[in-house]
Design a protein around this ligand. Sequence first.
Ligand code: ZN
Ligand code: ZN
Length: 340
Amino acid sequence: MKAAVVRAFGEPLVIEERPDPEPGPGQVRIRVEASGLCHTDIHAAHGDWPVKPTPPFVPGHEGVGLVEKLGAGVTHLTVGRRVAVPWLGRACGRCEHCLSGWETLCEQQINTGYGCDGGYAEKMLAWADFAQTVPEGISALEAAPLTCAGVTTYKALKVAGVRPTQLVAVSGVGGLGHLAVQYAKIAGAQVAAIDVTDDKLELARELGADFVIDARTQDVGAELKRLGGAHAALALAVNPAAFEALNSGLRRGGKLVMVALPAHGTIQVPIFDTVLNGNSVVGSIVGTRQDLAEVFRLHAAGRTRVVHETRPLAAVNESIDEVLRGQVKARIVFDLGTGR
Ligand SMILES: [Zn+2]
Ligand SMILES: [Zn+2]
């Protein structure tokens, strides 16, 4: 089977021929149909973050495909079932986080495409208990972006505690942002979408954004304040300055939810304003299996639209460059054999 492999940080990925991986106890082998390109994969390939993966490794945590082989003890999945393999490849199931509905905070977790090989391959392994079954009617190409971009923004809105009529600011209308706009609308909020390209602002409008703010020419904080201030602001753009701009556009009692992970990010949070205004700054990391199940259910019900462009896996390095240049409207999905 072919896999796109990071052999060294910062080097182009190499397409390698590898033997099919054998599922261990509790695992399944999946014939991958589609695999999304998330910015996290680029950080992984560059070794950008304090905790680094160990090359050689296969990135990708939006892999979707058909179960092909069951490891020992797997009884709830069957061969041929379509599943998605998210960032949360495995959690311990026993710690206080796992037991309190916060398995995404488990300190023993193994992350797909980071702590173990991921979805940039024709075949991959997954822990069966963490492979999410994809409902009938959702194609692999659409399921892929939902597996990280979808669940991550859906969870961020839960963390924000958004209620109907509130104003939600979404900074960065890409793979994550285009879904965040839709989930915020489903939650009954008004949405102000912020970006720096005409295409993405247009896309946000098409997907239901009530307001768009062009961060190239407009003062984001002032514009949000002019709208009354954001009850919740999702920081999805990989740019610390965008986080600060959002923070300055919160309404009293508002919440800044940090989601994007710039390689070397710190922001200044003004103490005086934060205290007087009773604002919060909170981080939100992906979502649980239950969150992903809800994301898939919404999509199966026709409530969301996934905007994606397909590429062959052989174009992995060019695709990464496109993302880094900001040329991709929403999500690139590698088509590994959906028959299209
Ligand atoms: Zn991701
Ligand atoms: Zn745990």
